[in-house]
Ligand binder design. Structure first.
Ligand code: RIB
Length: 300
């Protein structure tokens, strides 16, 4: 099995259940609040670890109780945490998530230690990049660091998977060049390309625009409609099974992790997408980020 390195964010999520999202200036009564380990990077590392991958994480937390909890949770699923720095004077990343009755969420992230994942930290952990085969990143650490890692990874012939979330507009073309896979959802693809997309044709055009910037393959997740796969050779919609949605938090993260894990087992792209859909299809039926991620037994 190939080795996966996740470079990215760790957040403690404060998850609030509410009948509906408040409008600007409005107060609504929530029904429940809980603290759940999250962060797009940590969710991906946790999912790939819990599903049996050989996973290491590089990132940063503060020297606080949330940092302890994040590390404990990753350790519990055999993620190697030697690349996670504990920083003094900065708090662990946090996310404030409201989830409505339809299971849709809105999220505000306060970076904290995630904002300190610098090029210097990458240089200090270069051995982790050298030892890895597949590198997964997201955009909750500084964009300059993601670009720096990508350039090193391309030179060292590592596979790079980028989950471009939260999406950042107007990134230069050289940011994208050489990335093996990106996995935006529809909204993220709109931000990346600066265009609204309402039809399948527009989504395909948007994905092809990203290919034009140097990405090798684009997988656009489309919720219950499945996903769109676009490479220089082919384009197709891959449908998925409809499931009852409780909370969509970490659906994209678990898709990315399961996709990468499947590739780490040398499975085909089709198998990797199907595995991503299977895992994220379970995640949306449960509450929270890392609390919703299944292990191998549950999958079986
Ligand atoms: O993708 C879900 C994640 O986004 C949450 O766990 C939250 O921490 C934010 O990073």
């Amino acid at each position: 099995m190939k080795k996966i390195l996740v470079i990215g964010s760790l957040n403690m999520d404060s998850v609030i259940k509410t009948p509906r999202m408040p409008k600007p200036g409005e107060t609504v009564m929530g029904t429940d609040i809980s603290l759940i380990p999250g962060g797009k990077g940590a969710n991906q590392a946790y999912a790939a670890g819990k599903l049996g991958g050989d996973v290491t994480m590089l990132g940063a937390v503060g020297a606080d109780s949330f940092g302890d909890a994040m590390l404990d949770n990753l350790r519990s699923v055999n993620v190697d945490i030697k690349g996670i720095c504990r920083l003094e004077g900065v708090h662990t990343g946090q996310a404030y998530i409201t989830v409505n009755e339809e299971g849709q969420n809105s999220i505000i992230v306060i970076s904290g230690a995630n904002g300190e994942v610098t090029e210097k930290m990458i240089d200090e952990n270069m051995d982790l990049i050298d030892e890895s085969d597949i590198i997964i990143m997201q955009l909750e650490i500084p964009v300059e660091t993601v670009k720096y890692v990508k350039e090193i990874a391309v030179k060292k012939e590592k596979m790079v998977i980028l989950d471009p979330a939260p999406a950042v507009a107007d990134l230069p073309d050289d940011f994208w060049k050489g990335i093996d896979y990106i996995k935006p959802n529809e909204t993220e693809l709109e931000v990346l390309t600066g265009r609204t997309m309402t039809t399948e044709t527009e989504l395909i055009e948007g994905a092809k625009e990203m290919l034009g910037k140097g990405v090798k393959t684009v997988i656009v997740t489309l919720g219950e409609k499945g996903c769109l796969y676009v490479s220089n050779k082919e384009e197709k919609i891959i449908p998925t099974k409809k499931v009852p949605v409780v909370d969509t938090t970490a659906a994209g993260d678990s898709f990315t992790a399961a996709f990468a894990l499947s590739l780490s087992r040398e499975e085909s792209i089709e198998e990797a997408i199907a595995f991503g859909q299977k895992v994220s299809g379970i995640v949306v039926t449960k509450k929270g980020a890392q609390t919703s991620i299944p292990g191998i037994q549950e999958l079986e």
